[in-house]
Design a protein around this ligand. Structure first.
Ligand code: CA
Length: 364
């Protein structure tokens, strides 16, 4: 008994000594970073991920490692966040990788690709399916080291001013839709438009565009799209599990002490799970309010989804044929997706499906 107590006290003494030792102090120097977000403060779901990360890092280092968060436009505009990291204007950004498909379509895989992975599978691929390694190998060409930093879950298919009942109804529709998915939509006759979040509502109101997709109920409600385009389609097949990333300048990453690299990695993982949890917690209430205010929910028909999948596969084949980076990551993602749905169709799908039916029939 006495011996055990002695060992406990001796252990505590050694730990206390270690905390005060100079070796630890040196591994926790004062570091001040800036993170530029690609999102406005009003979207606390997605913008909030940077604040979650910054708070976690600051608290774990007793304020020694400070990361100051800037909203889109404060340092650089939303879609220039990655460039600001590449050229070292900021140490870090929080962004959607697919904003940069204009530079190289391979950037799409960091966020989501049409008929790609859902959010659970996206994380499985990133952390345990080789996804992070493949993406970082690609991002390295742009001086970027990436950490997954959030997910919206499956998005909605967007707001349409008129109903889309057949594939033909898509022809000539001017739709605000991001990068790579726009290429697929254009095969079906849609005229894709790139419009920033704040400019979508007036374009839809004036009729400059006929449809717009953004994220899902929680964020869409804030932007008020239901007032100008009543038909709310689902699912957003181009974003089955849209992921966000923290992009870090590679030289700045390498300069960090090991303990800060570890903390940043952990804090990004915390931001990743926190964002998904926020969306999942807030979307039901927002959906109820939107429907209460007149939004009309419509699923894309199986015929439309089949046509969209076919068009997506054509775009994949064309892009793989001319872009080896794209092909390498596409092959990894597609093989992973096949195995994931082999598994998801068994327990996950059966469980969800039973509970969904039970809720609808009021037996839950
Ligand atoms: Ca979207």
């Amino acid at each position: 008994m006495e011996r055990r107590r002695f060992l406990k006290v001796a252990g505590a003494g050694a730990a206390a000594g270690a905390i005060a030792s100079p070796a630890i102090a040196q591994s926790m120097p004062e570091v001040k970073w800036r993170v530029t977000s690609s999102f406005p403060k009003s979207l606390d779901t997605i913008y909030g991920a940077s604040e979650v990360l910054a708070k976690a890092v600051s608290e774990a280092t007793d304020g020694k490692f400070q990361i100051q968060v800037f909203a889109a436009g404060e340092i650089v505009p939303a879609l220039q966040a990655a460039d600001a990291v590449t050229n070292g204007t900021v140490e870090m950004c929080h962004t959607a990788s697919y904003y940069y498909v204009g530079k190289d379509p391979t950037f799409a895989f960091g966020t989501a690709v049409p008929f790609g992975l859902n959010s659970r599978q996206q994380n499985a691929w990133f952390y345990h399916g080789g996804g992070n390694e493949l993406l970082n190998e690609f991002y390295k060409k742009s001086n970027i080291y990436s950490l997954p930093g959030g997910n919206t879950g499956c998005q909605m298919g967007g707001w349409f001013r008129k109903e889309i009942k057949t594939v033909d109804d898509l022809k000539g529709i001017k739709m605000r839709i991001g990068g790579f998915a726009g290429q697929v939509m254009s095969k079906l006759g849609v005229v894709p438009q790139q419009i920033g979040g704040g400019d979508i509502y007036p374009a839809l109101e004036k009729g400059t565009i006929d449809a717009a997709e953004w994220v899902g109920p929680a964020d869409d409600e804030k932007l008020g799209f239901n007032k100008v385009a009543p038909f709310y389609y689902y699912p957003g097949w181009w974003e089955g599990g849209a992921a966000l990333h923290f992009f870090i300048n590679t030289a700045k990453w390498e300069e960090l002490p090991k303990v800060y690299k570890s903390l940043l990695t952990t804090a990004a993982a915390q931001a990743n799970i926190d964002m998904q949890a926020k969306y999942d917690a807030r979307n039901p209430g927002a959906l109820k309010r939107l429907v209460g205010a007149g939004a009309q929910l419509r699923p894309f028909s199986p015929e439309i989804l089949d046509a969209c999948l076919k068009a997506s596969k054509e775009v994949y084949a064309e892009t793989c044929a001319k872009n080896p980076d794209f092909k390498k990551i596409y092959d990894s993602m597609a093989a992973f997706r096949g195995d994931e749905y082999l598994w998801f169709q068994i327990a996950e799908y059966t469980f969800d499906n039973f509970l969904i039916r039970s809720r609808v029939s009021n037996t839950l």
